[in-house]
Design a protein. Structure first.
Length: 214
């Protein structure tokens, strides 16, 4: 189930983290859960057999971000949400704000101004006592849709969607999605697919990849 947002100390030796994103849904299905069968056809990812892949930062502590995201908008599906920095919880999973209407930016990775690496922003699709979250609409996106991230200084960073993919949680290519090298890109992640009431979570992750256009 979702964990309350907590501060994670990362100073000192390199931090090995596990980013399974296994708990990005609710602990019990709310009354108005989006139908997993209503999703548009999406490409099937190549299975990578990734299960809780450890990602080790390249430096003992992340460099101070030059562009801390504070908001992300996706006009094509009416998404406009605030963004807060997040780290990892006690189980090594990426933390997320409890409220699905607030997204978390993985502060130990790239930021929108980074010359390389992937800026990762994620949010719960829903949660107990909250409405369905805005990121539930990410599955409706198509390649070419625009995404904008704004930082604390008010600068806007524009992206174009290049891929929208469903991954089984056990197949999520975490090392690739959270890469701190390679071409800069934006990664949006939430939950999707069928809801497994026996474990209180969705079976899949919806992943949106977008490339800078500026």
């Amino acid at each position: 189930m979702p964990h309350p947002l907590r501060t994670v100390a990362a100073a000192g030796a390199a931090v090995a983290i596990v980013l399974g994103l296994a708990a990005c849904g609710a602990s019990a299905p709310p009354a108005a859960r989006p139908s997993p069968t209503a999703s548009p056809a999406l490409p099937s990812p190549t299975p990578t057999a990734v299960v809780e892949v450890p990602v080790t930062p390249a430096t003992p502590a992340p460099a101070r971000a030059t562009a801390v995201p504070v908001a992300v908008s996706v006009p094509a599906v009416g998404v406009e949400v605030p963004v807060v920095p997040v780290g990892v919880d006690g189980n090594g999973a990426m933390e997320l704000p409890v409220d699905p209407a607030v997204a978390g930016w993985y502060e130990y990775g790239a930021d929108p101004a980074s010359p390389q690496g992937r800026t990762v922003i994620s949010a719960h699709v829903d949660a107990p006592d909250y409405p369905i979250g805005p990121f539930s609409r990410l599955r409706e996106l198509a390649p070419g849709a625009t995404v904008q991230v704004r930082d604390a200084a008010g600068q806007a960073f524009d992206y174009a969607v290049t891929a929208v993919t469903y991954y089984r949680k056990t197949d999520l290519p975490v090392a690739e999605l959270f890469a701190r090298d390679g071409a800069p890109a934006l990664v949006l992640i939430t939950c999707g697919g069928a809801f497994d009431a026996s474990v209180g979570r969705y079976e899949d992750n919806v992943v949106v990849i977008a490339s800078p256009t500026g």
